[in-house]
Design a protein around this ligand. Structure first.
Ligand code: SF4
Length: 363
């Protein structure tokens, strides 16, 4: 089974930390033309439709599409009988008429871009929603029967106190949802914050405080009954993101839309990031993976999952002995960053905070 990732590269405004492929469209024509090209690109994968089990519509801000534009998008995928169809929604662009269109086309999972419940923090990162809009979106979606809801949270934002973080987590509890993705703020190149940083006007949060905040996130969410199943992801009632699990297990997924990536039949595909180029030619390049590439990817992505990697299965698949192939791993085990548990290679609690020090062994 495969996944299908669809990128909607439009936003109503640009957040100060964002390095995704996105733009504020000049008018509806820009979006309409994009959806036309995107629909054509999706149709080129018709022969794969039967094997697609998950669809993820990300961005950008897919929920900023007007109702008629959502209809165009969903019509392009309506022949695909996927068991999980997720759309990313920003609270300020959600309305019940859009929720009804989600229902009509079988969208059964929403990933809500919350980031924070604090007006001060939301303003600092240039988000345009309020806490009330978050509650309205979640309650309205539930009322319509879309109950598989995930929210994104960001921590380690300059100016964010431990108290603010705890307040965010308290609100997660009140929302009564089954999935949370939680990331620390990363200072990415070419973002507003990065320019501020170069001018000395942005001070990233200290690593120790970031670690302390992540500890709080894990502890609080686990106390609420969430299972910490991937470095940044938490689920209740086994409501994992089935689509994202494809990435972590090196499974096939098709990527369509501006700047989208895919992994199909052992090729990594990369779409054009420029809108003008995209209209003429969707895909910029596709690169065949070697067995070595796949092994490294399987280790790096697989270790993100808390259950880790089945060592025997991996060794048989790649005809290797793991610790002979990567002798530096022994050092990471000694340092307490990674462990072998019931035949699975797993990050330790400390390793979760310093994953990159483990992943560097494989590249
Ligand atoms: S974070 Fe999301 S809403 Fe903000 S600019 Fe990036 S893609 Fe758009």
């Amino acid at each position: 089974m495969k996944g299908l990732y669809i990128h909607i590269p439009f936003c109503e405004y640009i957040c100060h930390y964002c390095d995704f492929v996105k733009q504020v469209p000049k008018n509806d024509d820009v979006v309409d033309k994009y959806l036309e090209s995107l629909s054509k690109e999706i149709a080129t994968y018709k022969e794969h439709f039967e094997t697609i089990n998950t669809i993820y519509i990300g961005g950008g801000t897919p929920s900023m599409l007007k109702p008629y534009q959502l209809e165009v998008l969903f019509t392009a995928i309506k022949e695909i009988k996927a068991s999980e169809i997720t759309i990313e929604v920003n609270p300020e662009s959600y309305s019940m008429d859009k929720g009804l269109i989600f229902k009509k086309y079988g969208i059964n999972r929403v990933s809500l871009g919350v980031q924070s419940f604090s007006d001060e923090i939301l303003k600092f990162v240039n988000r345009k929603h309020t806490k009330d809009m978050i509650y309205y979106s979640v309650n309205n979606l539930k009322m319509l029967g879309i109950t598989n809801i995930s929210i994104d949270l960001i921590y380690a934002i300059p100016g964010q106190t431990i108290e603010m973080l705890c307040n965010d987590l308290e609100n997660v509890k009140k929302l009564n949802i089954d999935h949370v993705s939680c990331y620390s703020l990363i200072l990415e190149d070419k973002t507003y914050f990065y320019h501020q940083f170069l001018k000395g006007e942005f001070q990233p949060v200290d690593n120790d405080i970031e670690g302390e905040m992540f500890d709080i996130v894990i502890k609080e969410l686990e106390e609420m009954g969430f299972e910490h199943y991937e470095i940044s992801n938490f689920a209740k009632n086994k409501k994992y993101s089935e689509h994202n699990k494809l990435y972590w297990t090196l499974s096939d997924y098709i990527g369509v839309g501006l700047g989208a990536h895919g992994f199909v039949d052992n090729y990594r595909t990369y779409n054009n990031k420029s809108l003008n180029k995209y209209h003429d030619k969707w895909q910029a390049v596709s690169v065949k993976q070697t067995k070595e590439d796949n092994l490294a990817d399987e280790l790096i992505f697989g270790l993100r999952l808390m259950e880790g990697i089945d060592i025997k299965k991996l060794e048989t698949k790649y005809s290797i002995v793991l610790l002979d192939k990567y002798p530096e791993l022994k050092e990471k085990i000694k340092l307490g960053l990674v462990k072998v548990n019931n035949g699975f290679l797993q990050l330790t609690r400390q390793g979760i905070n310093f994953g990159n020090q483990v992943f560097e062994v494989f590249v």
